[in-house]
Design a protein around this ligand. Sequence first.
Ligand SMILES: *[C@@H]1O[C@H](CO)[C@@H](O)[C@H](O)[C@H]1NC(C)=O
Ligand SMILES: *[C@@H]1O[C@H](CO)[C@@H](O)[C@H](O)[C@H]1NC(C)=O
Length: 232
Amino acid sequence: MEQFYTPRPEFLVVGLLLFSVSVHAQISIPSKQDGFWYKDRAAGIDSILIEAFLDPVCPDSRDAWPPLKQAFEFYGSRVSLVVYPFALPYHDNAFLCSRALHIVNKFNSSSPYKLLESFFGSQEEFYNQKTFNLSRASVVAYVAKFAANAVGNTLYDEIKAGFSDSTTDQATRYSFKYGCLKGVYGTPFFFVNGYPLPDAGSALSYKDWRGFIDPLVAEAEASRVEPSHYLL
Ligand SMILES: *[C@@H]1O[C@H](CO)[C@@H](O)[C@H](O)[C@H]1NC(C)=O
Ligand SMILES: *[C@@H]1O[C@H](CO)[C@@H](O)[C@H](O)[C@H]1NC(C)=O
């Protein structure tokens, strides 16, 4: 039988110190919540919250978007949706395109969605193979031009400059890190009221969304009418 090893107390103290130092060194907290609220409808205490981690150059994220939008429209004010760009490391231009979403967000909160839909519409242009022989600088210039076309051509210079602004780099890192903290490992990846949905990494259909959200809406309605029983 093996004997249990009891560490000497001074080792424990050193271990604890090292642990607390490393935790303090790693956590850097953004000054406000991350994410793009769809239609500027932030979550209220009674709303059902959908969080979506999407990679602008991921085909499954692209396919997931129309049914999610359709579900959002169906449920109206009962649902709030927040999207976080999540750049998968094996998509060469994912971080760049995600950064473009943060850049255009500075001009108008609806712009990230316009641009996201444009990326989804012309996604092949940003695939690894397509940009393999291009320099980083020319891909950045291309993405800036593409983004300006999507959200308003007058903004080209500002968008281009956004790629040299360290705050947009930081914002894109926060989105990625937030996903990592929540255990995101592929896209699309969804959470409802903070809980992960099954089938991560594949697109959910409108029917799937109804299957997840309908029972929650029904439950919420039931709990809302209940107090009146006590009043009778
Ligand atoms: C943002 O863009 C939307 C849609 O194009 C527009 O309706 C809205 O007025 C813009 N908001 C601002 C602050 O420019
Ligand atoms: C990249 O350039 C090389 C040399 O010109 C060419 O042989 C290759 O096919 C190109 N690759 C792609 C993916 O365009």
